[in-house]
Write a protein that binds this ligand. Structure first.
Ligand code: AMP
Ligand code: TRP
Length: 338
């Protein structure tokens, strides 16, 4: 099977991105053909700083590797370096109904934040994401819970708008992908509000722990994390979203799992729990940080890895693009010399 996923190079990756997405890719690369990209074209759908974008793109790729993505086992590449992503996006734009796009929850949320400055790119974001996925005939797309609706859109475009309209003799043109959302950790919440998703764009830096935070900073952020007046940690109590979130993070990062973590913390006060969570977090991300520091020293090697990933990915992308161009009736380039 083929797997594809990606993360935007906006700001620093946080433990939500790692737990909800990247951590799952690492296991998948051992069993499936895996493609992971840094989706820089998605990052420019909201106002951005051009000075930071290329650096963030490279550091995000380095973090993929530091988290355990192995360039020998998977293709790691930069979305904008393969023009087929934009080209397929245009073809899909022309068959996707506008009202499907206006329903997208993330668009509604993000456009509200942008006020009068909403780009067409922001509305089109999910179609570009569909192009990313459909170009590689991906079977599985490992993502966090928040991307479920975008995955459904990609499936609908492939099935209802391309295959059933343009497929011949019952033969599909595009593979219909499936989301892979691993329940545990699929939605890590903010440290400062257990009802809000941990997000790169939250203006309050204390709301998230990034993969490159120092041990000191992690300690401070966890110390400040929102708590409640109850003693004892527990899962699934709607009235205690912070307890549920922090205990979930602890159970995952300590490696104890839900049952053991609950046993250990069910009668523990916050004052005792927080240092435990800090230790578990620091030791879980320490190996990522030390690998990252090595990788980022050798930028030449990083570029070589990305070039290699690009050429593997480009080959597949081009074949799919040409298949769709033909199905839509676009005139093929004449390759014979006159
Ligand atoms: P983004 O930060 O929007 O580029 O998201 C990259 C990946 O991380 C996607 O697969 C998201 O679903 C996942 N993700 C983002 N935030 C969280 C979170 N708070 N908890 C779990 N997964 C997340
Ligand atoms: N929209 C995704 C997010 O914000 C990122 C993304 C873009 C993606 N293209 C993708 C994820 C293709 C999986 C597959 O998280």
């Amino acid at each position: 099977m083929r797997v594809l996923s990606g993360v935007q190079p906006t700001g620093e990756l946080h433990i939500g991105n790692w737990i909800g997405a990247i951590r799952n890719w690492v296991e998948l690369q051992n069993i499936h053909q895996t493609y992971v990209c840094v989706v820089d074209l998605h990052a420019i759908t909201v106002p951005h700083d051009p000075k930071k974008l290329s650096e963030n793109t490279l550091t995000t790729a380095a973090l993929y590797i530091a988290c355990g993505m192995n360039p020998e086992q998977c293709a790691i590449f930069i979305q904008s370096q393969i023009s087929a992503h934009s080209e397929l996006c245009w073809l899909l734009n022309c068959v996707t109904p506008l009202n499907w796009m206006e329903r997208m929850i993330q668009f509604k949320e993000k456009s509200q934040k942008q006020g009068d400055n909403v780009s067409i790119g922001l509305l089109d974001y999910p179609v570009l994401m569909a192009a990313d996925i459909l170009l590689y005939d991906a079977d599985l797309v490992p993502v966090g819970e928040d991307q479920k609706q975008h995955l459904e859109l990609a499936r609908d475009i492939a099935q209802q708008r391309i295959n059933s309209r343009f497929g011949r003799d019952g033969k599909p043109i595009l593979k219909v992908p499936k989301p892979l959302i691993i329940k545990e950790g699929a939605k890590i919440m903010s440290l400062t509000d257990g009802k809000k998703k941990m997000s790169k764009s939250d203006p309050n830096e204390n709301s998230r722990i990034t993969l490159l935070d120092t041990a000191d900073l992690i300690k401070k952020k966890i110390k400040r994390a929102k708590t409640d007046s109850h003693i004892g940690l527990e899962f699934d109590n709607q009235e205690r979203p912070e307890a549920d979130n922090l205990l979930s993070i602890f159970s995952i990062l300590s490696g104890l799992g839900r049952e053991e973590a609950l046993k250990e913390c069910s009668t523990m006060g916050w004052g005792k729990f927080k240092p435990l969570l800090t230790d578990a977090t620091v030791s879980a991300i320490e190996p990522i940080q030390s690998r990252y520091k090595e990788l980022i020293k050798d930028r030449g090697e990083l570029h070589r890895i990305l070039d290699n990933g690009r050429s593997q990915a480009e080959e597949i992308a081009q074949v799919t693009l040409e298949r769709l161009q033909a199905a839509l009736g676009l005139l093929k380039k004449n390759k014979v010399n006159h």
